[in-house]
Design a protein around this ligand. Structure first.
Ligand SMILES: Nc1ncnc2c1ncn2[C@@H]1O[C@H](COP(=O)(O)OP(=O)(O)OP(=O)(O)O)[C@@H](O)[C@H]1O
Ligand SMILES: [Mg+2]
Length: 345
């Protein structure tokens, strides 16, 4: 659906060149929710702006629905862009226009007749749950309601792709949840492909099927959200994952634990697969597991659990036990300590 190949973008500034994108390739399938995460300045906005050519890449190919955008003439590009909706952190609503007009004005510009415009506005305000707010002005709406208007405005052009640049970053946690639920519903019910960028791992966790991690203008890691949560490879990816699942242990415990046995992080999918596996392991092997911390949450719609466990026993027994756990679909990762914080080795 979206195919970015070898995208390069450099900005020339007073302090020299900024290589915002360095040879980035990314592919988003039809109907997918794809997240790009990275810290500030990583190049996320530049990347997403290349998808609808708000930013013209210096090099590389941008294909949406098999159409190469970089070589399109202005008129054709405008038409292709109309199939790509976009929402932003700042909502970008017209302050002097009502909710109705915020959606209706751009629709009228596409040449749609008055009745059709009215029906579209109605339909999409209904979908975002703001049917009663036709005549309100943006200043009379909460942040979440403003973002709903912006989403309705984007959807009213019936796009196949929705691009989201930090759409929930200005919202409180509850409102963020509600907007993410809305994006999930839009994806499921309208079949719209969503490419979103964020610096918040909980956004990825809640709705994304796949994720790419960006740093310094490059994609440093990419994969299914589940796989990335279970076994992040790069340091930055680990930091993002740990931002949601931090298992801090008091310093005095750290010393004692390190001397005596092995600490491991167990990750598993499914409501209860971790517990029974751990119970079985104590029966089969001469080891004593002690749960230090644990959490269970959801990744998209699936339960995802993590346990930090201290295993006491002979190292050979512990190794066999780890192998057994892996065979039970529990991902096991040894944990070492660096003095201040627990670190997954
Ligand atoms: N129009 C521009 N002119 C010059 N430099 C730019 C321009 N747009 C972006 N940059 C630079 O390119 C780099 C990537 O910026 P970008 O906005 O893509 O980052 P980001 O990942 O979206 O960050 P944030 O999370 O803060 O929004 C930054 O160093 C930024 O200063
Ligand atoms: Mg940005």
């Amino acid at each position: 659906m979206i195919e970015l190949t070898n995208i390069t973008k450099t900005f020339s500034g007073k302090q020299g060149d900024i290589h915002a994108l360095k040879d980035v390739s990314l592919s988003v399938g039809k109907g997918e929710i794809y997240g790009v995460i990275g810290y500030s300045g990583a190049g996320k906005s530049t990347l997403i702006r290349c998808v609808n050519l708000l930013e013209q890449p210096d090099q590389g190919s941008v294909k949406v629905n098999d159409v190469e955008l970089t070589t399109l003439k202005a008129g054709k590009l405008r038409e292709t862009r109309s199939h790509i909706g976009m929402i932003f952190q700042g909502f970008n609503l017209l302050k002097t226009a009502t909710v109705y007009d915020n959606i209706a004005i751009p629709l009228k510009l596409t040449g749609l007749d008055k009745q059709a415009v009215k029906e579209r506005v109605q339909k999409y305000l209904d979908i975002v749950g703001l049917a009663g707010k036709h005549d309100a002005y943006p200043s009379e709406l909460s942040g979440g309601q403003k973002q709903r208007v912006a989403i309705a405005r984007a959807l009213s052009h019936e796009p196949e792709v929705l691009l989201s640049d930090e759409a929930t970053s200005a919202l409180d946690p509850d409102t963020t949840e509600a907007i993410l639920d809305l994006l999930l519903r839009i994806n499921k019910e309208l079949g719209i492909t969503i490419l979103l960028i964020t610096h918040e791992m909980n956004v990825i966790q809640r709705i994304c099927d796949r994720v790419a991690v960006m740093e310094n203008g490059e994609v440093i890691e990419e994969g299914n959200t589940k796989d990335i949560f279970i076994a992040p490879q790069q340091r930055t990816t680990k930091r993002f994952v740990n931002s949601l699942f931090s298992h801090d242990i008091p310093d005095d415990l750290v010393d004692r634990l390190s001397e005596n046995g092995q600490v491991a992080k167990l990750s598993f999918f499914g409501e209860s697969s971790g517990d029974p596996a751990l119970a079985l392991v104590t029966k089969k092997y001469n080891i004593y597991p002690n749960i230090l911390s644990g959490s269970i949450t959801r990744i998209k719609e699936e339960a995802f659990g993590q346990l930090l466990v201290h295993f006491k026993g002979e190292q050979a027994e512990i190794n066999d036990a780890f192998q057994f756990l892996q065979d039970q679909q529990v991902h096991v990762e040894g944990v070492t300590f660096d003095g201040e914080n627990q670190r997954v080795s």
